[in-house]
Ligand binder design. Sequence first.
Ligand code: COA
Length: 256
Amino acid sequence: MIQSSVSEGVATVTVDRPDKLNALNYAVLSVLLSAFEKLRDDPTVRAVILTGAGEKAFIAGADIAELASLEPEQARANSEKGQELTRLIETLGKPVIAAINGFALGGGCELALACTIRIAAEGARIGTPEVKLGLICGYGGTQRLPRLIGRGRAQELLLTGEPVDAQEAFRIGLVNRVVRKESLLDEARAIAGKFASAGPLAVRYALTAVDTGLDRTLEQGLATEAELFSECFRTRDMREGTSAFLEKRPPKFTGQ
Ligand code: COA
């Protein structure tokens, strides 16, 4: 259902159900949750890449065959499970890169929205087609999409259900960059490598400052920033990073 591997501090998680375009059934959601919990708790992992198996899809959404028979209470549980996963990804304490290799629709788009950044391969198509099924997003899409691209553009995608191609996704700020399909994973690894070589506590604090600050007032966000800036000065990594700069050598961060 998924593959997970780690190399040089960068984990790659691949949703592996290509015959169903990597659609997220309950079992896949569960194994993704466990996999991301393990990655969160593994100090050797400094960054994560999330992608889909096969040529066609990143993730083509929640599994419609499974959704079709749900009763309202089961649907709520399904939504909460998806939201638990997306919130885990968003608050992992390490950057997660969505490497979008094809269709990222519905729940697939929502998982990508929870990632720290998104890179799309040329030809990828991204959108939230739920309304075409008489549904709305259940894994955070109605909340994260307007926060990322603004209310008007988000409503257009959410209410028409029409996907955008990679270039349009880039133009509206839905993805950070568009790359050739053959080089998608290399580009993702190059960025992940940069994240992985930075001070891990500083990276975590920066993620926390942005994540918490965006839902608070500017004053509260600034207070969080000052608090976390100060926390950096309790870390060996900050002493190491500044000393290494002054001594003109590369830093050796330990995450302490
Ligand atoms: N849930 C369950 N199965 C899905 C799926 C999903 N979200 N998306 C694709 N599949 C399955 C198809 O049913 C098909 O299975 P089958 O071969 O057993 O019939 C297989 O994956 C291949 O998909 P297919 O539709 O034949 O590929 P396509 O290239 O013609 O179309 C899409 C690709 C992505 C346009 C089309 O599959 C689609 O619209 N998927 C649903 C997207 C969606 O609405 N997602 C939001 C869900 S809430």
